[in-house]
Ligand binder design. Sequence first.
Ligand code: HPA
Length: 275
Amino acid sequence: MDYGLLDQTVEAVRAAWPAARPRAGLILGSGWGSVVDAFDVRATMGYDALPALGRTGVAGHAGTLAWCESAGVETFAFCGRRHVYEGEGWTPVAAPIYLLRALDAQAVLLTNAAGGIRADLAPGDLMLISDHINMLSSNPLIGPHHKAWGARFVDQSSVYDPALRDHFTRAAQTAGLALKEGVYMAVTGPAYETPAEVRAYERLGADAVGMSTVPEATLANAAGMRVAGLSCIANPAAGIGHQPLSHADVAETAAAAVPGMKTLLAEAWSCFSST
Ligand code: HPA
């Protein structure tokens, strides 16, 4: 982790937006950048102005930080995320959480697109993450201990805040949206899984599989932030469906879920006013 670059990123935001005091953060994954339209946006900044984030290399990941507000909650929305599979280490992946923590935000919602493993998870479904399995073969907390991430040995018995989960479940009911719950497994990608891997992951307890979210959740939980996670089931995981997987199809299904996601966030965002 390059803390020099991370601190420069914090300074860049403080210099550009000295009045910013985000209470919550939102990380928008594949195809979900336009969800930020559900917020009142005060200002935006390209990731190229943020040294630790740089430019995102993946189609569908816009690469813009929006300083915005909903339900009276000042929010930083990261439209586009950096992934471990890009091969640039933890710094770009950790940058949003490091920045949020430095500016004293108390909570973060992590979103992603995922492959559905559990039989009832169909493309287009929204799944609230109840817990995760880290299959990245690594952990972003490895390395010299840094005070930003709290204790050296971090408790992870409740990474996804139960009160936030309740709130999202009730908000979905109020908005008339179906919201399932499940366990998200993170793999490195960038290749999608083989059918044999998906069968193995199912036995391990995964309901959905994707290539993100777990590093950010691990860091935000370590930093003492409240964490919520939402997956859009973009496809049946390999071997469950009969189609070959493609990023274009994943992005298309995630894009089709944007209206429901906007409705859900508009209804649910007040939960962060108490954080
Ligand atoms: N596997 C891994 N990551 C993904 C998938 C998948 O099937 N769909 C969207 N992201």
